[in-house]
Design a protein around this ligand. Structure first.
Ligand code: FAD
Length: 309
């Protein structure tokens, strides 16, 4: 728990970022979680997953931009990604995930409007391609703003997806509000460090909240996306889908690239819809640190590889 807090705090410290990114051995570990630094690398990974019957959501790595120019570059990178995906002809089996902070959401004076303005062309391009965009969820201070942008986008593009974090105390209510026809919601446990006022701190409480929110989404009329590597949650999702008579194409399991790949293939072979979240790009530091914080085994793997290089 202490280590987890320290890693999550470190994920937002530029000084440490320089040390971690500059260590050659880090790259070897990063490759396990990140599909590569270029779009071409990402498209190679997408093709391989598609061959195994696994859909994808592509994430151009980056978050917390500091000016409008950077935000515009994020938008351009996603338009290029969608063009690349068009060439693969996978339709809705290849979508993109975006972090609004990379589109300028947190910039002072109109950041939210800027993010909406810059993400809209990405959503329009996705719709033209017959696919969707999902808005990742960042720390709890951004939830209201992200849900407001979602509501705007869903007016013209109802398939735009949201992410809800079970660890937040507010999420069961948000899940109820979003469990309506046509609404795509990825439920995750939550990857950010949050204060007790906003979030459950105990793992068991987070798991219980996840199960409750999953029940709400599975009972509702939307399209639940079960974003978890936890076998308990994946089993529960399968049981709830059966209990509520959900067709196999009315919900899906999502896992991160490089995490439990055998399980991703096994579920897909069993007829469960599976989607891998595939991050790519040079700005992998924040994403990588959150993966280390999530699981002692990931951290051990990293430390071992530093020691042997
Ligand atoms: P954990 O609670 O980490 O682990 C529970 C159990 O799962 C473990 O005890 C173990 O049995 C099993 N397990 C977990 N990892 C492994 C492994 N590597 N190998 C073997 N078994 C394992 N968070 C956000 O805050 N915002 C987002 O937008 C967001 N998007 C996400 C998208 C996807 C597709 C996924 C999968 C996660 C996303 N997350 C996001 C991260 C999420 O919030 C969690 O931090 C992360 O998924 C870890 O929680 P978990 O449910 O996978 O299981």
């Amino acid at each position: 728990m202490l280590m987890q807090r320290a890693l999550l705090a470190a994920s937002r410290r530029p000084g440490l970022r320089r040390v971690v990114v500059g260590t050659p051995a880090t790259r070897h570990v990063v490759e396990r979680f990140v599909a590569g630094e270029t779009l071409a690398d990402a498209l190679t990974a997408v093709r391989a997953l598609a061959d195994d019957g696994i859909a994808v959501t592509l994430d151009h790595l980056g978050e917390d931009v500091t000016d409008r120019g950077e935000a515009k570059r994020t938008s351009d990178a996603y338009l290029a990604a969608l063009e690349g995906l068009a060439g693969l002809g996978l339709g809705p089996a290849a979508e993109v995930s975006v972090k609004l902070s990379a589109f300028g959401q947190s910039l002072p004076d109109g950041g939210e409007d800027l993010a909406l303005e810059l993400v809209r062309p990405v959503v329009e391009a996705a719709t033209a391609l017959g696919t969707t965009v999902t808005l990742d969820m960042e720390d709890s201070t951004t939830v209201d703003s992200t849900l407001a942008v979602l509501a705007e986008l869903r007016r013209d593009h109802p398939g735009t997806g949201a992410v809800l974090q079970a660890m937040l105390r507010r999420t069961e209510d948000d899940a109820r509000a979003l469990a309506t026809a046509g609404s795509r919601v990825r439920l995750v446990k939550g990857a950010y460090r949050e204060p007790p006022s906003a979030a459950f701190q105990d793992r068991r409480e987070v798991d219980a909240a996840y199960a409750r929110c999953l029940g709400v989404l599975m009972r509702g009329g939307g399209y639940p996306m079960v974003g978890s590597h936890d076998p308990v949650m994946v089993d529960l999702a399968q049981r709830l889908a059966a209990e509520y008579g959900r067709a196999a194409d009315s919900w899906e399991v999502q896992m991160l690239y490089g995490i439990r790949p055998d399980e991703q293939r096994r579920l897909a072979a069993e007829g469960v819809r599976v989607r891998a979240y595939v991050p790519y790009g040079v700005d992998w530091y924040g994403y990588f640190m959150r993966r280390l914080a999530e699981r002692p085994a990931n951290l051990r793997f990293f430390l071992r590889s530093l020691a042997t290089k």
